[in-house]
Design a protein. Structure first.
Length: 138
């Protein structure tokens, strides 16, 4: 298994994977998110591609102190084979290589299977409330 940076020509396939795994929301432009991540030095999108087929992704970025994981997705037919763990490990290494001391992510509260996955990888509930405000709307 080889983990690489997502190629421009695989962007649409990545968005399809994110849609298939329930990660997208109608009000977010996932394609724009991926393009931004690939364009900035503080972020990237890691991928596992086999025989031209995108199997898994993880978007990773940081603000200098906190690293974030987004769009961690594995093709539903390939889940349970270690691809998600490998990508999370690669994203954590990407952050460590840049001197980032902490990694965090957001999981929808009702998604207990994904929460269990991250807890098995050593992630813990940080007991914080995440607040947000849309900047692309009046």
């Amino acid at each position: 298994m080889q983990i690489t940076v997502l190629r421009e020509e695989d962007l649409r396939q990545a968005v399809e994977l994110w849609e298939a795994t329930g990660l997208t929301r109608p009000w977010n432009d996932a394609l724009a998110d991926a393009r931004r991540a690939l364009a900035e030095p503080t972020s990237t999108v890691l991928a596992i591609v086999e025989n031209g087929q995108l199997m898994a992704t993880a978007m990773v970025g940081h603000d200098g102190h906190r690293g974030w994981l987004y769009y961690v997705a594995v093709d539903p037919c390939r889940q349970g084979n270690g691809l998600g763990r490998a990508l999370v490990d690669a994203a954590v290494l990407w952050l460590r290589d840049r001197g980032v001391p902490k990694v965090q992510l957001m999981v929808r509260g009702e998604n207990s299977a994904v929460i269990d996955f991250y807890e098995r990888l050593g992630f813990e509930d940080q007991h914080v409330v995440v607040l947000g405000k849309r900047l692309d709307r009046p």
